[in-house]
Design a protein around this ligand. Structure first.
Ligand code: FA5
Length: 353
């Protein structure tokens, strides 16, 4: 019996030697340590042995069992280590590789310029007032002193909107400028105290639309920022001081500014404001078309008819207004040569700013 045990031990250990996979190891365990393994049958046969042999055979059988169990555990550990080494090799990770940067979003150039304009105006005490993009002909033109068939309508070719209403008493348009916001704002503030309307100092930003030939300088949609100041004793000097200060904050303290007489039906007198070309310093270049100056906004004293339409008595109140285009300003600041880039959704353009 003792020899049989030694032979079982040796066979089992030899068989274990060649095992390289977990499945084979499990089969080995069942064969050599399982319930029906020859070793286990030795334990069951103990009772049939002569009494004096039993302790010796029992002891030896236990020894063999322990030896096989240890060998099994050791093999199991080796297989696990080998698997780990293989996996690490297969899934090799180079932790020194630089990470992949997620693409960062950014503000659209128009939004950047709009915010810049509005933050400067906010520093100067202007509050933001927004009004709608779809307007009636009345607000967009008539209340701004541009009656039907007035030749000034030629200045702003218009998109008319079919509102699809049964009782279409209004002619709906996409606003051609932010100036109708002047009327909305004055009527809003005048309604707060009709006998003695409060003074106003607001900025009106928003998208405008014109049925225009698209060119490098003109789009059919673009932003404007309108400014409106109304109060007692507001003068043309206030307009000049405000706009010169605005230009210096926008283009630098050294910026030279000039006012040229102009015409808008809703302001009288009217002016256009130029800054000295900051590309050539006033000497003349292709950006300023060799004039030394860049036009940046239109302005004027609010026409008495417009004040009246807004609910402000022109005998007691005066005001000034101005309107500018952030896209054109952005083009000047960064020398963007074509306004069509703004809405073409080309990331190569957008990612530059
Ligand atoms: C006006 O629209 C007046 N409402 C401005 C104004 C307000 C004058 C208050 C007096 C008092 P104008 O048509 O010039 O004016 O447009 C003003 C600015 O809008 C221009 O200087 C330009 O920067 C921008 N703009 C006008 N048309 C276009 C266009 N097609 N594409 C891009 N920007 C434009």
């Amino acid at each position: 019996m003792l020899e049989k045990l030694s032979a079982l031990e040796q066979q089992a250990l030899e068989a274990l030697e060649g095992i390289t996979e977990e499945q084979a190891l499990e089969a080995w365990r069942v064969a050599h340590l399982g319930r029906n393994a020859p070793l286990m049958q030795v334990f069951s046969a103990l009772a049939t042995l002569p009494r004096e042999e039993r302790p010796l055979v029992g002891q030896r059988a236990n020894q063999v069992k322990t030896r096989l169990e240890q060998a099994f555990a050791e093999k199991q550990r080796q297989l696990k280590e080998a698997w780990l080494a293989r996996t690490l090799q297969a899934e090799r990770l180079d932790v020194t590789l630089p990470g992949r940067r997620p693409p960062l979003g950014r503000l659209h150039p128009s939004t950047q310029q709009l915010r810049r304009v509005l933050s400067i105006l906010a520093e100067m005490g202007f509050q933001v007032f927004t009004s709608r993009e779809v307007e009636t002909d009345e607000y967009n033109f008539q209340l701004l002193n541009i009656p039907p068939h007035h030749p000034a309508r030629e200045m702003q070719d218009t998109f008319y909107v079919d509102a699809g209403l049964k009782d279409d008493t209004y002619n709906w348009v996409l606003r051609t400028h932010t100036s109708p916001g002047q009327i909305h704002a004055m009527r809003y503030f005048a309604a707060l105290n009709p006998q003695d309307p409060p003074p106003i100092r607001i900025a009106l930003p928003g998208m405008c639309f014109r049925y225009e030939q698209i060119t490098a300088r003109s789009e059919i949609q673009f932003h404007q920022v309108e400014g409106l100041v109304v109060g007692h004793h507001v003068t043309f000097s206030d307009l000049k001081g405000t706009l010169v200060d605005f230009c210096r904050r926008m283009f630098g303290q050294e910026a030279r500014v000039r006012f040229r007489p102009s015409y808008f039906p809703f302001t009288e007198p009217s002016a256009e404001v130029d800054v000295e070309c900051f590309v050539c310093g006033g000497k003349g270049c292709s950006v300023c078309k060799y004039s030394g100056w860049l036009e940046i906004l239109g302005a004027g004293m609010v026409h008495p008819v417009v004040l009246q339409n807004g609910g402000y008595d022109p005998q007691r109140y005066t005001g000034f207004a101005f309107g500018m285009g952030p896209e054109r300003q952005f083009m000047l600041r960064y020398r963007v040569e074509d306004i069509r880039f703004f809405w073409s959704n080309d990331l190569r353009f957008l990612e530059q700013f």
